[in-house]
Design a protein. Structure first.
Length: 398
């Protein structure tokens, strides 16, 4: 074992103080604080801060953000379709190029402690393949710091939008990782054909599936069953994500036990941003039945909403607030959703703070995990691939 640098005197996940030995971009050992040889180079002296794995932003839309541009009052109408058409109008001919908005947002997310991302890229015929190419270029630009999965996402509908399916296919050929879908009934009005198209692309290209599902109540629950059917039929266990799945929050949790068991058996992950204005999946029940739950910011300061800042620690706090969680174990569970939950959903290897894991880590200035979630303090040191890339909320690069 070679040791290149040491993170000294940190408390992994709030446990006993430790020195963390790195071999390049990998954690090679975790030993009691003070036991690492004094002559080894110090990467960071943690001074007793918490050490956690870098967080996982499992659902966002970098290609749509208006970040780093002057404040723009929201101009969308009240319905989902209003928001879609408003966004098309806002982004069409927007004066600041997408990369100049998305890049500073990516750096903001890194500075807040996220190093793993899944970003949906709009397969919007109005702007063709451009968004995909720009997001692929951004992924390349930051690949020495972050891991980013891209989803080809038919925001304006797949069947009702001529050319969207071909655009998604082209996106997958260019290197987009995951096949997206959206409200097979509520937007495309033909749920089986929509899902057959989405799963057909997934099988053809050997990719996973991630479906935005806002459809409410029984309709949404019926669609989840159909998604489960197709996951099983196509052997895509462990590679399917339900994003939002608001309908899961419309029923008493006990009525959903059988569905939760089915999702767990098929290893279908559920992503929730825990919004306060709509029913949301019952996170604690789902987790108790073995369903993997992850989280994301969704849109961050875009034409849908001016909300969001890309801080997944704050997202953990919002999850806790949404469900009225206050016990330490529940607050730690909220952090698990934005960390290990995301890692499982994205199929990440070597994730954690143990020997053998990637040295993608965050130091938090907090007394324990529960306090970290409640306080969301700004003093964070972010380590990517064994190098410090952000201090005190500021991206420094490598
Ligand atoms: Zn979304």
């Amino acid at each position: 074992m070679t040791t290149t640098t040491v993170i000294r005197n940190v408390r992994p996940m709030g446990g006993p103080a430790a020195d963390v030995l790195l071999d390049g971009a990998t954690i090679s050992a975790v030993v009691p604080a003070g036991q690492a040889a004094a002559d080894l180079p110090t990467l960071v002296d943690g001074k007793g801060q918490l050490l956690v794995p870098a967080m996982v932003e499992a659902h966002t839309h970098f290609d749509k953000t208006l970040w780093a541009t002057p404040w723009r009052p929201n101009s969308a109408g009240p319905t989902r379709n209003h928001r879609i058409s408003n966004e098309q109008a806002v982004l069409k001919d927007f004066k600041v190029p997408m990369a100049e908005r998305a890049a500073p947002l990516i750096e903001q997310c890194i500075a807040r402690g996220s190093l793993y991302f899944r970003s949906h890229v709009d397969a919007q015929t109005a702007w063709g393949i451009g968004h995909v190419q720009e997001m692929l270029a951004l992924r390349e630009r930051y690949k020495h710091v972050i891991d980013m999965q891209l989803v080809s996402f038919p925001q304006g509908g797949l069947l009702i939008s001529p050319g969207a399916l071909e655009l998604m296919e082209r996106s997958l050929e260019l290197g987009v990782d995951v096949v997206g879908g959206i409200d097979p009934a509520g937007i495309d009005n033909d749920p089986i054909r929509h899902l057959e198209a989405v799963f057909g692309l997934a099988v053809k290209f050997g990719r996973g599936v991630d479906i935005h599902l806002h459809d409410l109540g029984e309709l949404g629950r019926w669609e989840i069953d159909r998604i489960a059917d197709m996951t099983a039929a196509h052997g895509l266990e462990g590679r399917v994500m339900l994003s939002h799945a608001y309908s899961l929050g419309a029923f008493p949790p006990a009525d959903l036990h059988a569905m939760a068991d089915r999702l767990a058996a098929l290893r279908i992950s559920v992503m929730t941003c825990a919004p306060g204005y709509v029913t949301v999946p019952p996170v604690a029940m789902l987790r108790s039945r073995g369903v993997n739950v992850c989280s994301g910011s969704d849109g961050i300061r875009d034409a849908w909403s001016p909300m969001g800042n890309g801080d997944m620690l704050e997202r953990a706090r919002l999850i806790a607030l949404r469900f009225g969680w206050s016990k330490d174990a529940d607050l730690a569970a909220a952090f698990d959703v934005v960390s290990h939950g995301g890692a499982r959903a994205l199929g990440l290897a070597g994730y954690g703070v143990e020997a053998g894991c990637q040295a993608n880590l965050v130091l938090l200035d907090a007394e324990n995990m529960a306090a970290a979630v409640v306080e969301c303090g700004p003093r964070r040191t972010v380590i990517s691939r064994g190098r410090v890339v952000a201090r005190d909320g500021v991206y420094t690069g490598t």
